[in-house]
Ligand binder design. Structure first.
Ligand code: 8YV
Length: 312
């Protein structure tokens, strides 16, 4: 059996079928030994997703590996430097999911600030019969701090501009065009914001970038939104801040130990949680699938990758 393409993560069924048909792709986790060992010796391409963890030791199991194809834009779980040392290329799925993730950030921002989920629970539990729902926090015209002004951050800024929001940002570098005020310090950005949206890359460089100090600076009226990676926010500090009213609320699509979500965040009117679904629309998941397929097809035909990644 020829195992040149190996699936090492959850992928959409249609993409899996297409890769199986075209490249005879095998599922690493499902292969029985000794076929699994044989597959590892033969594999030229590994297909993974944005939640995958590929350490140097994991990559070393595949001596003939040439490409890691990531079904996702985030590749913080892949040791890209270790891959590069072995001349293994990495590709991801940028751009095609930008608008969906930005939509989700705005959805969480509105749902959390206006307590849309809590208000639905209020109706379902019969609360409306005893009076109206408590007043909530105004979004339009508010001060929005964006952590990570890349493609997704800028897509959020475009949407927020239509809500007349006043936008500032933090990034590891200041953008050359200076369209929005830049804060070198996340604490200072939080102190100057009513809403703080996390859309920076995950990984060691940004681990716990949003911590107790940042949350204290955001303050008792402030709302935190995270559509990036759970690792960027110190989850214990966040839970403490929510429980103690140190921040006003949180809208979260990502968590530190997915699929586990701290139960302390449940059933609070000022907290909205979703299961890492920001890019999970039919259109976008199809576009991501096509991009993964096209990258692999190009690579195996000896052509350049469509969307290679550079180590960060
Ligand atoms: C996906 C993501 O949920 O693009 C990313 O980095 O985290 C998401 O779009 C993930 O890659 C699918 O498993």
């Amino acid at each position: 059996m020829n195992y040149s393409v190996i699936k090492a993560a959850m992928l959409p069924d249609a993409l899996t079928r297409r890769l199986e048909k075209q490249f005879n792709m095998a599922d690493f986790a499902l292969l029985p030994e000794p076929e699994r060992w044989l597959a590892a010796q033969q594999a030229r391409v590994l297909v993974v997703n944005g939640e995958s963890t590929l350490t140097e030791a994991f990559i070393a199991q595949f001596p003939k590996l040439e490409l890691i194809a990531d079904f996702g834009v985030g590749y913080d779980g892949i040791d890209v430097a270790a891959a590069a040392r072995r001349s293994v290329e990495v590709c991801n799925t940028p751009d095609v999911l930008t608008e969906d993730v930005a939509d989700m950030a705005m959805g969480l921002l509105l749902a959390t600030s206006r307590q849309i989920v809590g208000a639905q629970r209020f109706i379902e539990q019969g609360g409306w019969r005893d009076g109206g729902y408590p007043w909530t926090k105004k979004v339009s015209g508010g001060r929005l701090g964006i952590i990570g002004m890349g493609r997704i951050g800028q897509a959020i800024a475009r949407r927020a501009a239509a809500f007349d929001m006043v936008i500032s940002y933090h990034d590891y570098r200041q953008l050359p065009d200076g369209a929005w005020p830049f804060y070198a310090s996340v604490v200072d950005l939080a102190a100057a914001s009513d809403f703080l949206v996390v859309c920076v890359n995950g990984g060691e460089k940004t681990r716990s970038l949003v911590n107790a100090r940042v949350l204290a600076a955001l303050g008792a009226e402030g709302i935190l939104i995270n559509i990036a990676r759970g690792t960027v926010v110190d989850e214990a500090d966040l839970v403490h801040a929510v429980k103690q009213g140190i921040i006003g609320g949180a809208g979260l699509d990502v968590f530190s130990h997915e699929p586990e979500v701290p139960a302390a965040l449940f059933n609070r009117p000022n907290v909205v949680v979703t299961p890492h679904m920001a890019s999970a629309t039919h259109d976008t998941r199809r576009a991501m699938s096509d991009l993964v397929f096209d990258n692999i097809a190009a690579f195996l035909a000896g052509k350049p990758l469509l969307t290679p990644v550079a180590p960060y």
